[in-house]
Write a protein that binds this ligand. Structure first.
Ligand SMILES: *[C@@H]1O[C@H](CO)[C@@H](O)[C@H](O)[C@H]1NC(C)=O
Ligand SMILES: *[C@@H]1O[C@H](CO)[C@@H](O)[C@H](O)[C@H]1NC(C)=O
Length: 325
C-alpha cells in the first residue's frame, strides 16, 4: 500500500502537498547584524557561515556558542564605518557577501560577494581571496550564488547582471534585464568559464549529485531553469518551475531534491507570500512550506534543509528561521 502510494506520488508530481510547519525557532544574529542571505553548513556539525548586510561573513558556532566574525570580501573594509550598518542599500566599500558554499573535503568556503565577485576563504577566515571578477571580458556586477559539486570540487556560481548591481535590483527588474550568467570554476585548472548567458536575474544555483545539470533561478522572470551540462555551450535548458521571485536553490543531501526560496502571488491581492518549495530534478513540486506566519510579506532568500530541519535565510530579517516539519 505504502509503496503504491509512493509510486503514485512520485509519478504524479503535481500531487504536491502544502505542509504546515510544526515548530519555528529563531537563531538570532548578533546585535546590529541583519540579512543572512545564504547559509553554508560544516558537515557533521551545527556550525554554519552566513553573509550579512554590513559585509561580514559570520560563523555560527552552534547552539549556545553564538556567532563570531569570520571574514569579509572587501579589501580595506573600514570596520568603524561598516560594522552594524543594516542598510538595505549595501555600501560597496563594505562589501556584501551573498552566496556561499563549503567544499567539505578541503574546508574551503567559496563566496560570491555582490561587489567583489567570486572568491574563496580558508578555515582561518579573514579576507576572501578573489578568484574571479570578470569572465569573457565582462565584469560581474552582481555575483549572487555559489554551489560546489562535492566529489569533484568544481564550483558553479551566478552573476545576476552585467549591468545592474545589487543597489539597482529594482531597476533591473523593471527593465527586464537579462544579462545574468551561469559560471563554472574548474578547481583543477583554476579557470572560469561562462556556461550560460542572457539569464534574467540569475539568482540561485544548485548542481545535482552527478553533475549532470544545474538549476538556476531567474528572479526577474519568475522561473527556474534546468541547464544540462553536456554538449555544446550554451547548453540545452528547460524551465522547470514558475515560483515568483525565486532566490537561492539548495540541494537536499538525500534524494537529490532541491529547495527553492521564493514567493507565491495571492489571488486578487498584490502582496506576495514567502514560501519554500521542494522540487525534484524534473521540477515536480513535492512540498510547499508557507512562511507567511513568520515572515509576513517579506522575501526569503534561502530554504536550506539540514539534519531534518529547514533553515531560512532572508535579506530583510535579523535572524535565521529554523523549522521542524
Ligand atoms: C546598533 O544598534 C543599536 C540599537 O540596538 C543602535 O543604537 C546603534 O546605533 C547601532 N549601531 C550601528 C553602527 O548601526
Ligand atoms: C513576476 O511576478 C510578479 C509578482 O506576481 C509580477 O509583478 C511580475 O510582473 C512578474 N514578472 C514577470 C516577468 O512575469
Amino acid at each position: 500500500m505504502a509503496s503504491i502510494f509512493l509510486a503514485l506520488f512520485f509519478h504524479f508530481g503535481f500531487l504536491s502537498t502544502l505542509v504546515s510547519a510544526i515548530s519555528f525557532d529563531k537563531i538570532q544574529l548578533p546585535k546590529n547584524a541583519t540579512g543572512p542571505e545564504a547559509l553554508a553548513f560544516r558537515l557533521g556539525t551545527l556550525q554554519f557561515f552566513t553573509g550579512v548586510a554590513d559585509g561580514r561573513i559570520l560563523k555560527y558556532r552552534g547552539p549556545g556558542n553564538g556567532f563570531v566574525d569570520f571574514g569579509f570580501a572587501a579589501p580595506n573594509r573600514p570596520k568603524s564605518i561598516c560594522d552594524g550598518t543594516n542598510n538595505l542599500n549595501p555600501n560597496p566599500v563594505c562589501g556584501r557577501p551573498l552566496g556561499m558554499a563549503l567544499h567539505h573535503q578541503t574546508q574551503m568556503l567559496y563566496v560570491c560577494d555582490a561587489f567583489f565577485g567570486f572568491g574563496v576563504l580558508g578555515p582561518q577566515g579573514g579576507l576572501v581571496t578573489q578568484l574571479s571578477t570578470s569572465a569573457d571580458g565582462v565584469p560581474y556586477r552582481f555575483c549572487n550564488a555559489v554551489d560546489v559539486h562535492q566529489p569533484t570540487g568544481n564550483v558553479y556560481f551566478t552573476d545576476a547582471s552585467a549591468v545592474y548591481d545589487i543597489r539597482e535590483q529594482e531597476a533591473a527588474v523593471i527593465a527586464h534585464d537579462s544579462t545574468g550568467r551561469l559560471l563554472k570554476y574548474d578547481v583543477k585548472n583554476k579557470q572560469v568559464t561562462v556556461l550560460f548567458w542572457n539569464l534574467p536575474g540569475a539568482g540561485g544555483v544548485a548542481v545535482d549529485e552527478q553533475e549532470r545539470f544545474v538549476l538556476v533561478s531567474e528572479f526577474i522572470a519568475n522561473r527556474t531553469r534546468k541547464i544540462w551540462l553536456q554538449g555544446q555551450r550554451p547548453y540545452r535548458s528547460e524551465i522547470v518551475n514558475s515560483l515568483v521571485m525565486p532566490d537561492n536553490v539548495k540541494r537536499t543531501m538525500i534524494l537529490d531534491n532541491f529547495w527553492l526560496a521564493g514567493a507565491t502571488a495571492r489571488v486578487m491581492q498584490s502582496n506576495l507570500l514567502p514560501v519554500g518549495v521542494r522540487i525534484n530534478g524534473n521540477g515536480n513540486v513535492l512540498e510547499t512550506v508557507n512562511l507567511e506566519q513568520w515572515y509576513g510579506n517579506k522575501p526569503v532568500s534561502e530554504v536550506h534543509e539540514y539534519g531534518f530541519k529547514l533553515y531560512i535565510g532572508s535579506r530583510s530579517e535579523d535572524f535565521i528561521g529554523v523549522i521542524k516539519h
